[in-house]
Design a protein around this ligand. Structure first.
Ligand SMILES: Nc1ncnc2c1ncn2[C@@H]1O[C@H](COP(=O)(O)OP(=O)(O)O)[C@@H](O)[C@H]1O
Ligand SMILES: CC(=O)N[C@@H](CCC(=O)OP(=O)(O)O)C(=O)O
Length: 292
């Protein structure tokens, strides 16, 4: 073999061996990944995220993907002349909106993601909270005095079904629609669903993929990215109005998950290539790690 080629092959071998301690640490462990609608808008990078998740599965980790899809829901509502309405980041969901939410999340986005993962050779299985009662919910209380309609508050997660799938060959892909005692559907924020699933399964890692590189002390200043954010940092930032909108349910889910035994929680930029591999297979990781 010519020297140059041998050098390239050795470099590749070296890189694979370097991954060994990370694989050993997370082998057989559950990793819950939330893929947000904001990152999904960068369609060209979705494939790279699916590659990352497929790789995790084939090296022996148990990834579970929870997806959002707020922008796609808005787009469909717009084409039906229904005005989206949010209170504190939660969609006020009347009956007509609920139909659209369920259709877009469970029918469109969920199946697109499953097809992409399966196209990589994975065995992904797309479900929502209704299937096998994965997410049981009740009607959420009013927010700031506003009735949220069919927005749900999670009461339980079917861990048996999720564990059975995730410990077998499957990658569960979960749409954030829950079910009530009488078969009614509930719309639930996808960050909240990811946090609840990670908590119920005592996941080793909970990763949020969004459209910003993590938590910033000044939302518009990339230089202000926090590599680590403690509970105190976060509570202060919320109080000072520095964490707002869609970042709120993410940090709340991270704090609650950490408190209830999830190993590590991270908020990462899902609009760069291979964010999950960069986080998992490097010492420093990327984005913000939220600690207790
Ligand atoms: N302190 C902060 N640091 C970074 N982003 C923040 C902060 N506060 C609010 N945000 C906003 O949160 C957004 C991510 O939430 P969201 O749009 O709901 O994404 P997703 O679809 O991933 O849930 C960012 O694009 C940013 O505008
Ligand atoms: C109650 C509520 O707000 N549900 C969300 C569910 C989708 C979601 O959370 O999507 P992202 O992760 O893309 O924001 C919604 O209707 O938009």
């Amino acid at each position: 073999m010519e020297d140059q080629k041998m050098e390239q092959y050795l470099e590749r071998a070296h890189m694979l061996v370097e991954a060994l301690p990370y694989i050993q640490r997370l082998f057989g462990k559950t990793i819950v990944i939330k893929y947000g609608g904001a990152a999904m808008m960068h369609d060209d990078l979705t494939q790279k995220i699916m590659e990352d998740i497929t790789l995790l599965k084939f090296v022996g980790m148990n990834p579970i993907l929870v997806h959002g899809g707020g922008p796609d829901i808005n787009h469909m509502l717009d084409s039906l002349d229904i005005k989206p309405n949010f209170v504190d980041g939660l969609r006020v969901t009347d009956d007509a909106t609920m139909e659209v939410v369920q259709m877009v999340l469970t029918g469109k986005i969920n199946k697109e993601i499953v097809a992409k993962l399966n196209g990589m050779g994975a065995s992904a299985i797309g479900l929502c909270g209704i299937d096998g009662n994965i997410i049981k919910a009740v009607k959420a209380p009013p927010k700031n005095g506003v009735d949220l309609g069919n927005v749900g508050q999670i009461t339980s997660i079917n861990t048996t079904l999720l564990n059975t799938l995730a410990h077998d060959q499957y990658i569960p892909v979960i749409a954030p629609v829950g079910t009530g005692d009488h078969g009614e559907s509930y719309n639930i924020n996808a960050d909240t669903v990811a946090g609840a699933i990670a908590t119920a399964l005592k996941a080793e890692k909970l990763i949020f993929l969004t459209d910003t590189d993590g938590i910033r002390t000044k939302e518009d200043d990339p230089e202000s990215l926090l590599y680590v954010a403690s509970k105190t940092d976060i509570l202060n930032m919320i109080e000072e109005g520095k964490i707002t909108g869609g970042m709120l349910p993410k940090v709340q889910s991270c704090l609650s998950a950490i408190e209830k035994g999830v190993g590590r929680t991270h908020i990462l930029n899902g609009t760069i290539p291979h964010p999950i591999i960069l986080e998992i297979f490097t010492d420093s990781g990327i984005g913000t790690m939220v600690t207790g």
